[in-house]
Design a binder for this molecule. Sequence first.
Ligand SMILES: [Zn+2]
Length: 70
Amino acid sequence: MSSVGLAQVLSENFYCIRCGEWVYCPEMNQKCRDEQGKEVEKIGEGCLHQDEKGEYLECPSCKERFYIEE
Ligand SMILES: [Zn+2]
């Protein structure tokens, strides 16, 4: 099981550490507003998966899961 920092995923291309496949890029971020009405970026809908351990990105090639750390 691997993990990756949320800030890193939102700001730079992310490649699978196992097979090198491209997993996510910042262009896929979604903008939304937090409780204070401030615009924040989050991981694009449909890219983020969820299981009992938390939210994760999945490598499309080797299916490695990268859990998001805040
Ligand atoms: Zn991979």
